[in-house]
Design a protein around this ligand. Sequence first.
Ligand code: FES
Length: 217
Amino acid sequence: MTEAMPDTRWFYLCTEDDLAVPNAFVTTRVGAVPLVAQNLKGRVVAFRNVCTHRFAVIHDDPSGCGPLRCPYHGWTFDAEGVPVGLPFNPTDFQLNAEGRRRLALNPASLARCGRLVFVRVATEGPSLEEQLGSGLFARLSALSEDFPRSGEPGETGDGLDDGSGEAWERFEAANLRVALRPGQALRLEALPPPGAAERFARTGNFLPAHTDTERPA
Ligand code: FES
């Protein structure tokens, strides 16, 4: 794996399912930089989660569903990051189209490994596959396709433990701790990126696509 500066390092954020519906968003922080990935009219895009008007954080929650709208003066941003809804613009801000384009949100980078979504601060840098290494990238991608169903938090079901037992194979990828029971369950524990609070940690249990009756005992 290639070591890179934090701004150019990729961090696991969530699965595609978490961003599947319009206005779904997931946030994190890398160092001092808040990031957000959001579904805007079907496009999933990533920005610095900071309003360009007075630099307020736009989405404070780790995840949710709602417009990409700053809580302070209500500016709403589109998939290009351009503010398109500005309450009281004629009297308070008087921004024309060019002025609004200049105040577009700062983009961040988003990449997928199978059904897994990663983000980073920098817009340029090594690809996610380069960071992970092609072997690990391919394995993680395949696993994400093999285990598409979300399980109960902290409980993988059918007598499986929480991923800490000896029966599990374990490896790491970026900020992910992966625990695997082949054919039975996949557990993803995402550590918060450097500088991020514990509330940005995420744990998910995933089960095979086949039905409960087909699942191995
Ligand atoms: S600080 Fe975001 S709209 Fe004013």
